[in-house]
Design a protein around this ligand. Structure first.
Ligand code: HXC
Length: 257
């Protein structure tokens, strides 16, 4: 598939996807989301890929869903086409995905970043859910993921006023893992992805699943899940390798099995 709205490359075990509609500040049209999922399907199936970085441009990670594409939709059209069902697939990936955000991450752009496993933000990043100013509300998980990330008070204020928060506020609120200078964002994201991709892939997938469980279940059930998969890891080669390497004072060589 030839992509028109994203750029894709791989660097060793890391895949990099760059949203690429600069004239529209990476507004997320349906074709872009379809291309993104096509690329992610390929990376998920490729045992040579251990981590994915999703980024945008200096000015915008993404300024939202494409308003021009949406504006004339009718209810039955929207309901039957269910485009956000396709968005949802991005948030249900098994391999780790890092969002590297510079500039605007608004509306669907903020929601897309939150579908990733964590956000690295440039000091220029601005986050917000401004949909209320357009007469709608977030539709791709914003009211749910933002509230889980930053708590009710701030999520409610952001969704009701549509105001943006800068990178520092987003970090204080727990929305982003770390802030880096804009010039270093991509290098830092690729370096972090390289660290993750150097771990055992099945173990990283289990770690991701276990952390996600915290948002889906009770504490006791989550702990039961964690304990069960922890024991299960002792069936892997990479657990024996990781612990063996520590005891023998050498670097582990994971085989992703
Ligand atoms: C379509 C968009 C767009 C969008 C920007 N553009 N955001 N096109 N959909 N979401 C286009 C503009 O129309 C313009 O095209 C070009 O990108 C540059 O944008 P400007 O507004 O001229 O840039 P600037 O003055 O720097 O302002 C930047 C901005 C502003 C503050 C980010 O563009 C903005 O407010 N954008 C909309 C943000 C938003 O409301 N997002 C939520 C969308 S709804 P032309 O052709 O005029 O040059 C949403 C719903 C999610 O996401 C539901 C679930 C997915």
């Amino acid at each position: 598939m030839a992509y028109e709205n994203i750029l894709v490359e791989t660097r060793g075990r890391v895949a990099l996807v760059t949203l690429n509609r600069p004239a529209q500040l990476n507004a997320l049209c349906n074709a872009l989301i379809a291309e993104l999922n096509h690329a992610l399907d390929g990376f998920e199936a490729d045992p040579g890929i251990g981590c994915i970085v999703l980024t945008g441009s200096e000015k915008a990670f993404a300024a939202g869903a494409d308003i021009k594409e949406m504006q004339d939709r009718t209810h039955p059209e929207f309901y039957m086409a269910d485009p956000f069902g396709e968005w949802d697939r991005v948030g249900r990936r098994r391999k780790p995905i890092i969002a590297a955000v510079a500039g605007f991450a608004l509306g669907g752009g903020c929601e897309l970043a939150m579908m990733c496993d964590f956000i690295l933000a440039a000091d220029t990043a601005k986050f917000g859910q401004p949909e209320i100013k357009l007469g709608v509300i977030p539709g791709a998980g914003g009211t749910q993921r933002l509230t889980r990330a930053v708590g009710k008070a701030k999520a409610m204020e952001l969704c009701l006023t549509g105001r943006m928060m800068d990178a520092a506020e987003a970090e204080r609120a727990g929305l982003v893992a770390r802030i880096v200078p804009a010039a270093d964002l991509l290098d830092e994201a690729l370096k972090t992805a390289g660290i993750i991709a150097g771990m055992s892939l099945p173990v990283a997938v289990v770690a991701k699943e276990a952390v996600e469980r915290a948002f889906e279940t009770t504490l006791q059930e989550g702990i039961r899940f964690e304990r069960r998969v922890f024991y299960g890891l002792f069936a892997t080669h990479d657990q024996k390798e990781g612990m063996g390497a520590f005891v023998e004072k050498r670097k582990p060589s994971f085989e992703h099995r």
